[in-house]
Write a protein that binds this ligand. Sequence first.
Ligand code: MTE
Length: 318
Amino acid sequence: MHIIRRRGWEMPESQATPEHIFLNRRTLLAGAAAMTAAASLPRKANAQEDPTAGLYPAKRNEKFALDRPLTPENISSNYNNFYEFGGDKQIASRAQMLKTRPWTIKIDGMVEKETTVGIDDLIKAMPLEERLLRLRCVEAWSMALPWTGFPMSKVVAFAKPLSKAKYVRMETFLDTAMAPGQRSSFFYPWPYVEGVTVEEANNELAFIATGIYGKPLPKQFGAPIRLLLPWKYGFKSLKSITRVTFTDQRPKGFWEALQAREYGFWANVNPAVAHPRWSQATEEVIGKGDRVPTLLFNGYGEFVADLYKGMEKEKLYI
Ligand code: MTE
């Protein structure tokens, strides 16, 4: 997962190797300096009222039941992937620099009418519900989390895509002043991008989260609005969305742009297909320390398996 790419003239992209194998010392040092400075900023500087706070907790949708206990909040809140704030898991304090109001989401591309919607107007227009969902990271760890949000199909309906739109491309903010990772890790293809087919977006399991643990999303979880695709590796579930584009071109994700051999468009969970550098057969349950078998489609086959019928030739599992 964790990749730092050298500049083109130092090494061809085809040889780019993940961080577990090499690190660019100069980048790391620059990054560490920027992050130390960032971490020392006063936290209150960005503290803002959240006008939607009164909407939480929302009623739980019992259809999404778990086979394991929820990950405790103090653990999941301090073990996050949010490369905009650094390549380690302890980004929670740095992520407090994320300014979540005002926040708008641009909806563009192949839609009836392009528009920009304010986050509070969008949340208030949506039917909030709570879902308990598993999250399986491509790095072979997992959590079970109580998200609040609404089905992604509601966003599709809101956007009114044209029939020729086949994909939904989504983008995270790009703000080097706010996100030290975007400043220091300049080899990454910022902003973070991910995409799904319109059909996947309309699947009832595709979820847009605006809250967790019965309250608005804390910043490290991707406030104020993020995607959740529980049957795919966690890197598809992009955080802090600012743009949703309907298109007929298959979007290239952030990780795919960096290392296509390891991170593809579909990225469905499959314990039988190893990542090029590690097995995906089991996962570490964060907070418990034990390993459990990984399930095909992360256990959500009844919702999504039909989406991939007749697609045997596609690389569905990286
Ligand atoms: N979205 C953005 N914008 N930046 C990121 O670095 N990391 C992804 C995904 N979404 C990431 C992102 C990865 S690799 C995972 S596993 C999940 O977020 C982690 O979500 P969590 O920190 O809420 O557990």
